[in-house]
Design a protein around this ligand. Structure first.
Ligand code: PEP
Ligand code: MN
Length: 341
């Protein structure tokens, strides 16, 4: 942290800050110029973070440089990152809606969902080919065959496709077939994978870990940016809490906080956050209002027959009804749907 004092700040005000720092157990390193004094604060992260010198006599600005990340911050880049993929875009006022099934199950399913989702206004198509399942006996996804079906479905409606990279060994293959590589919640702190994907030049959708703090999530995004990949989205997909009525707890405060802290587009995923079909529409609307740059919504032609996440999947008709209420809210926020042509 740097405490930048006002020009010609009095010695008394400087001494006061130094004293407060000593009391808190932090070190003060003074850089005293003719007009300006800057106090460099060194100490334990927790201690320094707890200090609040804004507004004290003589203080012009407090700059926190202790964050474990910097490239993701608005200090580094004040303007929003805009990611363009084909005729779709996200960020800087462009709103994304990524719709599709949890898992790719068949050509008929994938083609049908893509057609219906695109007609309802989706800007990207999602579908899982490699599925992270809690049980090793649950359906694990169609793999490469699924990737090809997803690609064909996206091409048929001229929309980019999003799918998860479950293992770093699959990254190249997934990148060959998909436009956006998703890092799942369970892999958010798979640092080897983050480093590998950071070296690639494909947009990444980084999902917040099940028990990851906002800071940890931003640090994970920092790994990707540090590798030179600038096209990163962060996805709030619900966190583990004591609540069991919903699958997870959708942290909308995090959506708003991410928007303040980072220039990266923020996507909200009410499907995985709530696990309940009846909560997807209200939480989608709340996400738009909280400042999200996009939504991820699971849609299945026959949710009751879905091999994965049926209870949280919308029918195409439900999805279409949801979009009718979401689009005006997006416009109310001064944004526009991120798809052209
Ligand atoms: C998904 O989007 O299909 C998924 C598995 O999500 P998460 O990693 O957030 O659980
Ligand atoms: Mn799912």
């Amino acid at each position: 942290m740097l405490v930048v004092m006002r020009d010609h700040a009095s010695q008394e005000s400087i001494d006061h800050i130094v004293e407060l720092l000593r009391e808190a157990g932090a070190e003060a390193h003074l850089s005293q110029g003719e007009v300006k004094t800057i106090i460099g604060v060194v100490g334990e992260r927790e201690i320094v973070y707890a200090l609040d010198f804004d507004g004290l006599p003589g203080v012009e600005e407090v700059i926190r440089v202790l964050k474990p990340y910097k490239l993701v911050t608005r200090e580094f880049q004040p303007e929003d990152t805009v990611i363009r993929i084909g005729r779709s875009s996200v960020g800087g006022g462009a709103f994304a809606v990524m719709a599709g099934p949890c898992s790719i199950e068949s050509e008929e399913q994938m083609m049908g969902v893509a057609r219906d989702a695109a007609a309802a206004g989706a800007t990207m198509i999602r579908g899982g080919a490699f599925k992270p399942r809690s049980s090793p006996y649950a359906f694990q996804g169609m793999g490469l065959e699924g990737l090809k079906l997803l690609r064909a479905a996206g091409d048929s409606v001229r929309l980019p496709v999003v799918t998860e990279v479950l293992d770093v060994r699959d990254a190249e293959t997934v990148a060959e077939w998909a436009d956006v590589l998703q890092v799942g919640a369970r892999n958010m702190q798979n640092f080897m994978m983050l480093e590998e994907l950071g070296r690639m030049r494909k947009p990444i959708l980084l999902k917040r870990g099940l028990a990851a703090t906002i800071e940890e999530t931003l640090s994970a995004a920092e790994y990707l940016l540090k590798g030179g990949n600038r096209d990163i989205m962060i996805c709030e997909r619900g966190i583990r809490t004591f609540e069991t009525y919903t699958r997870n707890t959708l942290d909308l405060a995090a959506v708003a906080a991410f928007k303040m802290l980072t220039h990266l587009p923020i996507i909200s995923d009410p499907s995985h956050a709530t696990g309940r079909r009846d909560l997807i529409a209200p939480m989608s609307r709340a996400s738009v209002t909280a400042g999200a740059d996009g939504l991820m919504i699971e849609v299945h032609p026959q949710p009751e027959r879905a091999k994965c996440d049926g209870p949280q999947s919308l029918t195409p008709a439900d999805f279409s009804a949801l979009m009718e209420r979401v689009v005006p809210l997006v416009e109310l926020e001064g944004k526009r749907m991120g798809v052209e042509g």
